[in-house]
Design a protein around this ligand. Structure first.
Ligand SMILES: *[C@@H]1O[C@H](CO)[C@@H](O)[C@H](O)[C@H]1NC(C)=O
Length: 278
């Protein structure tokens, strides 16, 4: 038996609000927008200016040990706000931490988004739902322009849904696998590539800017696209930017292995942790 509690009524109203004309993030007037990390005077409207996390990184995995996700796509790690100098904050608002992103997205009617995330946003060592909660709690809460105070008719967790939608939209605009294969860089268990080859291919979808390419020994497993943003982090304009941290891949001999389900068994033999950040 299901009872309509005040809470479920609120959730239902919240779902209606997502299409309401005046609900959502307060509009940023484009004339007053300054590119994040590029202000020369004090920026006063912190709902329309990403600060101090003015550098936003869209981070992607190429997980082959074990293989994670479709064999012809990189997968999503997250969207991280860094300060404009490579340093960063984490866990910025414990009062807005969540544990069940799946239910939040379902309650907001974002089922297509959730289905996409189930294919393209996966962890190699925890459940997807735990991984998504970690990404929100650790990084999402540090994006100042999606603070609840920046919303009209805010409902609980509205910014959480907006965050996940934005990360997915950004990821879809950064098709690493295709950019690489268009340049002849395809996964292989024999061939190797140079860092220059990677950077040139990825610059084609990133305004000519380099990315931070991360390797475990000489095997690529992750990359970071840096952006600065005009306006807020959801409705604003993302401008490609130069990386603020160094690639850890060698200049040549980079391995870009095939994803292969049989590699799952190799995981236990991994001898060291490769993750710089999560
Ligand atoms: C940019 O804006 C922020 C936020 O208002 C401010 O703290 C910072 O000092 C500004 N930077 C410059 C160079 O004025």
């Amino acid at each position: 038996m299901h009872f309509y509690t005040p809470k479920s009524v609120l959730v239902a109203l919240a779902a209606v609000n997502t299409i309401g004309a005046y609900a959502g993030l307060t509009t940023c007037s484009s004339s007053s927008e300054v590119l994040s990390c590029h202000n020369t005077t004090e920026a006063s409207d912190l709902c329309c200016f990403n600060y101090p996390g003015g550098s936003l990184l869209q981070v992607q995995f190429w997980d082959t040990d074990p293989s994670i996700g479709p064999s012809d796509s990189w997968t999503i790690h997250g969207l991280w706000p860094d300060y404009c100098d490579g340093d960063y904050g984490e866990d910025c608002d414990s009062s807005r931490e969540v544990s069940d992103v799946e239910t939040i997205l379902k309650n907001q009617g974002r089922t297509e988004l959730l289905e996409y995330m189930e294919t393209y946003w996966l962890s190699d060592d925890e459940s997807s739902n735990e991984f998504w909660a970690h990404e929100w709690n650790t990084h999402g809460t540090c994006i100042n322009t999606i603070d609840p105070s920046c919303y009209t008719d805010y409902y609980e967790n509205e910014e959480v849904g907006d965050f996940f939608q934005e990360v997915v939209d950004l990821f879809k605009s950064l098709d690493t696998y295709t950019a690489l294969s268009d340049a002849g860089i395809t996964p292989s268990n024999d061939k190797t590539y140079t860092l220059k080859e990677f950077q040139s291919a990825l610059g084609d979808i990133h305004g000519g800017y380099e990315v931070t390419l991360l390797c475990d020994d000489d095997t690529v497993y992750e990359l970071e696209y840096y952006f600065n943003v005009y306006g807020n982090a959801v409705d604003g304009t993302y401008e490609p930017a130069a990386p603020l941290s160094d690639s850890s891949c060698p200049s040549s001999g980079i391995k870009y292995p095939l994803k292969d389900s049989s590699s799952k068994s190799k995981r236990a033999t991994r001898s060291h942790s490769r993750r710089r950040r999560q």
